[in-house]
Design a protein around this ligand. Structure first.
Ligand code: ATP
Ligand code: MG
Length: 349
């Protein structure tokens, strides 16, 4: 089967870490049942510079016919004051592809426990996934008003929107420890009451999985107190925004965390959670793990290449245990040194 992957390397460290991701993909492709065609397209600041728009028409068209999309990172001081900005391009792409489910796994290698702001015994063994609803809720709900002495927003959810994100969460949970924690504020909010009832309903389709409910205030606390109590967390847009940023500091560096965004039927987009890191761009020292693990997520979730994904994850962990660290992890390895070490592990006989 031949599948098209569109590559949006973007700006700053984006192209550097994308090179790493593609090098690792090339190293694992012999172990995959799919064949991959790679198509590079300008996007973000690079789109503005090379094709006159943050999301050039040809880039969007390529993404719409892709089987999966890999994004490096976008943005930087150069484009901040323009009318068209890299960030606008990303929002437009998410909207055009109807990416409603944002998936952020957080796990910490035993080689990196010392970097976490939490005590090693608390962080050790943490392996959770936050599934955030990305297309609805209070960020989009109408009506809204900003007056002089009064303002309001509307936290609106359609049952169909809650259902599809819950299905996404349960599908992920089925491939893991089969536990879903649905986070809401159902003691106060109407939208959360519908959320909780709908979660119960969807759970009936997954009798092999366990569903628990937590209020968001309690979940925020437990994420710090005992992160390994969680497996798959599913929540609405606002709560997911906050909890996923909270969770992203647990491993001690942004450079190790991948993400995925899914729609109902179109291609998914995979990208590091961090930005374009202009402060270290061009130096060859960026940590490529976030991008390499995004490639692994793509292989697992878009192409069902579980063995290849697991091999990449294991290879990254092995290399960390060998003490190969980029500077954000307190080491001196360059981006390519780390990547080469991962490739060596993957191709070891
Ligand atoms: P955004 O672009 O989302 O607004 P930001 O500009 O606040 O985010 P990033 O670009 O993600 O932040 O960078 C934050 C800090 O983390 C910077 O000091 C950057 O160098 C560092 N950083 C981010 N990603 C990596 C990476 N892959 N390797 C090493 N350091 C990184
Ligand atoms: Mg940035």
């Amino acid at each position: 089967m031949n599948s098209k992957i569109v590559i949006l390397a973007g700006d700053g460290i984006g192209p550097e870490i994308m090179d790493s991701g593609l090098t690792v993909l090339a190293a694992i492709k012999a172990q995959c049942s799919h064949e991959f065609t790679i198509e590079k397209q300008p996007f973000g600041g690079a789109g503005i510079d090379d094709a006159g728009a943050s999301l050039p028409e040809a880039t969007l068209a390529a993404c719409q016919t892709a089987d999966a999309i890999l994004l490096g990172a976008i943005g930087g001081p150069k484009w901040e004051k323009m009318t068209d900005t890299p960030e606008k391009g990303l929002l437009a792409l998410r909207k055009a592809l109807n990416l409603f489910a944002n998936i952020r796994p957080v796990s910490v290698s035993s080689a990196l426990l010392h970097l976490s702001p939490l005590k090693p015994e608390i962080i050790e063994g943490t392996d959770l996934i936050i599934v955030r609803e990305l297309s609805s809720g209070i960020y989009f709900g109408e009506p809204r008003e900003l007056g002089e002495t009064m303002a309001f927003d509307t936290a609106r959810y359609q049952k169909s929107e809650i259902k599809r994100i819950l299905h996404a969460a349960f599908t992920i949970a089925q491939g893991r420890s089969k536990k879903v924690t649905s986070v809401d504020k159902a003691n106060v909010l109407a939208s959360s009451k519908l959320w909780r009832a709908t979660a119960e309903e969807v759970a009936k389709d997954y009798p092999d999985c366990q569903l628990e409910h937590q209020y968001v205030d309690s979940a925020a606390m437990k994420l710090i107190q005992n992160p390994k109590a969680f497996d798959v967390i599913v929540t609405e847009n606002l709560f997911g925004d906050i909890l996923s940023d909270e969770a992203s500091v647990l491993p001690g560096s942004l450079g190790v965390l991948p993400s995925a965004s899914h729609s109902s039927d179109g291609p998914s987009l995979y990208e590091p959670i961090h930005g374009s890191a202009p402060d270290i761009a061009g130096k060859g020292i960026a940590n490529p793990i976030s991008m390499i693990l995004s490639v692994a997520m793509m292989l697992r979730q878009s192409f069902q290449e579980e063995a290849a994904a697991a091999a990449i994850e294991a290879a990254c962990d092995t290399v960390l245990k060998q003490g190969v660290f980029t500077s954000d992890l307190g080491g001196q390895a360059s981006t390519t040194e780390f990547t080469d070490a991962v490739v060596k592990e993957l191709t070891k006989k």
